[in-house]
Design a protein around this ligand. Structure first.
Ligand SMILES: [Zn+2]
Length: 736
C-alpha cells in the first residue's frame, strides 16, 4: 500500500539536495514541485530575506523522506512504553542519541521525580445475578504479531485509587452531572455503588467522569467503550478497519489536571531534586476513586443482566440489548496500584540562533504512550525525528537559523501533561523572557484531515504557511484544509462559510503539552494534527499495523507534518519582524466577547461588556496601523538588528499582557485571561468571566471584565509603543 513513486522522488531530491550546490538544488526542487508556487512575499520578511527563506524552505521540505519516518515509526511502536517504565526511558535515551547524531546541540535528558502511577493488579467479576469474570485483556490477531506481545498491560487507569469493593452496578450514561440528575429522578442513588459509564461522544475527559462520580459518592467507576462511539456502529473494526474491535480498551489517566497539571505534589514549581512537595492530602489534582476501563466485551454482561428501569432513549448505545439504569447486578472489583514517586524523562536539544540566540522557538511532542501509541504519540514522534534530522543536516551544511530552535520530547503527557509542565515550570523565568512561540504536535497523522490551532496572534501566519506545503493527495495544504473543514462544519450543521479568517481553531483548550506554555507562562502556541476515522485510541491496536493499513499507509501525511512543522518554525526563527498579528487577535477577542453574550446564563441587566468590546476594537485598529507601519518598514529592508530586537521584544510581550499572576478564580495555576479549558477538557474562552457568569456571581463577573478590559488596553498601548519605534528618529520621544 505504500506510495513508492513519490517516496523515490523525494529520496532523489533529498540526495541531490545534499550533494549539489544550494542554487541547483533549489532549481531541481522547484521543478519537482511545480504545483506549489514559491511565495514572493512572506509576512515579517524583507523582500530579499523572503527570497532566501523560500529557498531554505524548499531545501528543507525536499530533505524530508517518508521511508525514514516509517523506520522511526517502526522503532517507536516496537514496544509498549508508558511513562515510568524501563521501555519509556529507553525511548528517551534513543531520542537523545539520535539527536546527537543528527547534529543537534546541547542535547540533555532531564529527570523529574514525580508522583507516578503504575498498575500492580486489576480484577473485575460479576457476582450476581450470575458469575462472569472480566477478561480485562485485548484479543490478539494473527495478522498483527504486535498484538501478541506479552508486555501489553491489562485494563488500568492512571491515578486510580487502590482498593476492593463489592457493590451493585448502576449505568450512568456518560457520567456527566446531568446524567446523575436523571438517575436521581428515577430514585437511584449511586452512593457506595459501582457506576458504569461510557466514553462519550462528543468527548468528555475521563477525569471529569471520575471527579463527578467521586462527588456523587460512588465507590468505584467503570468506563467502557460503547460501539456507538468508536466501534462497529461507525464502520469496519480492527483488523479489517480503523474502528475499535470488541475487546479494545481505552486506557488513560483520570488526573484532575484541569485544576493543575504536572506532578500533583509540586503545583506551580518543578519536581527537581530538593523541591518542596505538598502532602497527597493537599493535592487537588489527585483523584480519590477506584477506576477501571472496560471493553464492550466486558461491559455487555453487566449491562444485559440489569433488570431495573429502562434507560432513556438517548442513553441506549450500540449493543443489541436494552440498556437499563440499575437492578440485580452486583460486581466485585479489586485494583492495586503503585502510585509512588517515579522518574520521568524529558529530552531537550537545540540549534543555537545566529542573530537572535535569546529568542526561542520551541517545538515539542511527548514520547510516552499507553501501549505502542501508533497514532498517539508515535506518529508525532516519528514526524519530529525526521524534522530534527532535516534541521541537523542543514546545520551540518553551515545553515543556522537566526533564532534558536529548541526541541522538547516530553514524558508523562498521558498521565497529567507532566513532563512539559515540570520543564515549563523549571525554566519559567527564561521562557517568559525568551520564548517566541511553542509549536505542539501530539498525534501527527492518523488520517488525511488537517487541523491547525493557534492562539490569536499566530493564526494568520499559520494560514499563510499552509500555502507553501503540498497536500499529499494534491493541491496545497491550504486548499485541502479549507475543503475538509467545510465538510466537517457542514456535518456539524454550521452554515458559516469557511475562509482564512475562521479556518484556524483559535479556541485552544487543554489536553496536550501546549498547556503550560499558553496557560501558565502566557506564550503564543500552535497545535497541528492530521486525523481521520480512528477507534483504537489508547488501546494496543493503536500500533504500526493500524497505521500502515488505515491511518497513513506510505507515511505521506507524516511527511507533510514534518514539513509543515519545520517550515512554520523556520518562519518564526528567520523573520525580520515576528509574524504575530494583533489586529487578528483583537478581532478574535471581540468575537469571544460576542459569544459570551450568547451564553444561556448571560444577563445583560447584570453585566455589560460594552467597554470590553470597545477596548478590543480599539486594540484591533491600533494593531492594524502598527501592522501597516511594520509591513512598510519591513518592505524597505532597512530595519537594523537593534531596531528589530527592540520591536520583536515588544511584540513578544503581546501574549503576556493576558497573564493574571493570581490566576483565574479557583484555579490559580491557569493564568491566561482568554484561554482555559472546562473540566471536560472542552475549550473555554474568557474563563474567569464565563465561569462567574455561569455561576451567577455577577460582582465577580464585573470585576473580571474590568481586569480583562485593562489587559486589552495594555495591548493597545503596546501597539502604539511599537509604532513609535517605527517613526523617524526626530518624531520619537527622548528615552532618557
Ligand atoms: Zn498524546
Amino acid at each position: 500500500m505504500r506510495n513508492q513513486g513519490s517516496s523515490i522522488k523525494l529520496d532523489l531530491a533529498s540526495w541531490l539536495c545534499t550533494s549539489l550546490l544550494f542554487i541547483s538544488c533549489f532549481a531541481l526542487s522547484a521543478s519537482l514541485s511545480a504545483q506549489i508556487a514559491m511565495p514572493d512575499h512572506i509576512t515579517g520578511f524583507s523582500p530579499a530575506n523572503a527570497v532566501h527563506e523560500s529557498k531554505l524552505e524548499t531545501q528543507f521540505k525536499f530533505s524530508i523522506t517518508q521511508d525514514r519516518i516509517r523506520d522511526y515509526h517502526r522503532y517507536f511502536t516496537s514496544k509498549p512504553h508508558p511513562a515510568g517504565t524501563k521501555n519509556d526511558y529507553e525511548v528517551a535515551q534513543y531520542i537523545a542519541a539520535e539527536w546527537k547524531k543528527q547534529g543537534l546541540e546541547a542535547v540533555v535528558i532531564r529527570q523529574y521525580d514525580v508522583l507516578g502511577t503504575r498498575p500492580v493488579s486489576t480484577m473485575l467479576e460479576m457476582v450476581a445475578p450470575k458469575k462472569y469474570t472480566a477478561m480485562l485483556r485485548e484479543q490478539p490477531y494473527d495478522v498483527d504479531p504486535d498484538t501478541k506481545n506479552p508486555e501489553i498491560a491489562s485494563a488500568w487507569i492512571g491515578f486510580s485509587s487502590s482498593g476492593e469493593v463489592t457493590a451493585p452496578v448502576v449505568y450512568a450514561h456518560s457520567g456527566n452531572p446531568e446524567d446523575y440528575e436523571v438517575l436521581r429522578q428515577h430514585g437511584i442513588d449511586v452512593k457506595g455503588k459501582i457506576v458504569l459509564v461510557r466514553y462519550s461522544n462528543p468527548y468528555s475527559y475521563r477525569g471529569f467522569k471520575a471527579l463527578t462520580a467521586q462527588r456523587m459518592g460512588a465507590a468505584a467507576l467503570l468506563i467502557y467503550s460503547d460501539p456507538a462511539e468508536d466501534g462497529y456502529t461507525k464502520g469496519k473494526v480492527f483488523p479489517d478497519g480503523p474502528w475499535g474491535p470488541e475487546s479494545h480498551i481505552q486506557r488513560g489517566a483520570i488526573t484532575y489536571d484541569f485544576m493543575v497539571p504536572g506532578d500533583p505534589l509540586t503545583p506551580g514549581w518543578a519536581s527537581i531534586p530538593g523541591a518542596k512537595r505538598i502532602p497527597e492530602s493537599a493535592a487537588v489534582s489527585l483523584p480519590h476513586i477506584i477506576a477501571l476501563p472496560l471493553s464492550w466485551h466486558d461491559a455487555q454482561p453487566l449491562l444485559e443482566n440489569m433488570d431495573g428501569p429502562v434507560a432513556p432513549e438517548d442513553w441506549q448505545g450500540g449493543l443489541p440489548i436494552t440498556y437499563r439504569l440499575s437492578g440485580s447486578v452486583t460486581a466485585h472489583l479489586k485494583v492495586e496500584m503503585d502510585n509512588s514517586t517515579q522518574p520521568y524523562y524529558v529530552v531537550e536539544g537545540r540549534i543555537r540562533g545566529s542573530d537572535f540566540p535569546d529568542e526561542w522557538v520551541l517545538l515539542g511532542n511527548h514520547h510516552d504512550a499507553w501501549e505502542y501509541g501508533g497514532v498517539d504519540p508515535s506518529s508525532g514522534t516519528a514526524s519530529m525525528m525526521e524534522m530534527t534530522r532535516a534541521f541537523g543536516a542543514m546545520l551540518k551544511q553551515g545553515i543556522r537559523p537566526r533564532r534558536t530552535l529548541i526541541f522538547g520530547s516530553w514524558d508523562g503527557e498521558e498521565v497529567g501533561l507532566t513532563g512539559s509542565t515540570e520543564w515549563g515550570e523549571q525554566f519559567a523565568d527564561e521562557l517568559r523572557a525568551k520564548l517566541v512561540a511553542y509549536l505542539n504536535v501530539d498525534s501527527s497523522a492518523g488520517g488525511p484531515n488537517f487541523h491547525g490551532g493557534a492562539s490569536g496572534s499566530l493564526a494568520p501566519m499559520l494560514v499563510e504557511t499552509t500555502h507553501s506545503i503540498q497536500n499529499p493527495s494534491g493541491g496545497t495544504l491550504h486548499d485541502a484544509w479549507l475543503k475538509s473543514t467545510s465538510t466537517e462544519r457542514q456535518e456539524e450543521h454550521d452554515s458559516q462559510p469557511v475562509n482564512d479568517a475562521n479556518l484556524v481553531n483559535t479556541r485552544i483548550g487543554s489536553g496536550s503539552d501546549h498547556t503550560v506554555f499558553l496557560n501558565f507562562l502566557g506564550r503564543p502556541v500552535i497545535t497541528l494534527e492530521f486525523d481521520g476515522p480512528y477507534g483504537v485510541y489508547h488501546s494496543m491496536y493503536d500500533d504500526f499495523f493500524w497505521m500502515n493499513q488505515f491511518g497513513d499507509p506510505g507515511y505521506k501525511y507524516h511527511a507533510a507534518m514534518s514539513q509543515l512543522w519545520g517550515v512554520t518554525a523556520l518562519r518564526l526563527a528567520q523573520a525580520d519582524v515576528l509574524p504575530l498579528d494583533f489586529e487578528f487577535y483583537g478581532n478574535t477577542v471581540n468575537q469571544f466577547l460576542s459569544e459570551l453574550e450568547k451564553n444561556k446564563r448571560f444577563d445583560p441587566a447584570k453585566l455589560q461588556l460594552t467597554s470590553a468590546h470597545e477596548a478590543a476594537m480599539e486594540w484591533a485598529s491600533a494593531a492594524a496601523q502598527t501592522n501597516a507601519l511594520l509591513n512598510r518598514a519591513t518592505a524597505t529592508g532597512k530595519l537594523d538588528t537593534k531596531q528589530l530586537t527592540m520591536i520583536n521584544q515588544l511584540l513578544m510581550q503581546g501574549e503576556a499582557n493576558f497573564i493574571l499572576p493570581e490566576g483565574i478564580p479557583g484555579r490559580p495555576w491557569f493564568k491566561h485571561l482568554l484561554y482555559s479549558s472546562r473540566y471536560t477538557y472542552a475549550h473555554l474562552e474568557l474563563p474567569a468571566i464565563t465561569e462567574a457568569v455561569e455561576s451567577g456571581n455577577w460582582p465577580e463577573a464585573q470585576r473580571q471584565t474590568a481586569i480583562l478590559t485593562l489587559a486589552i488596553n495594555a495591548e493597545t498601548a503596546l501597539m502604539k509603543q511599537i509604532a513609535v519605534q517605527l517613526q523617524p528618529k526626530a518624531n520619537r520621544l527622548p528615552v532618557d
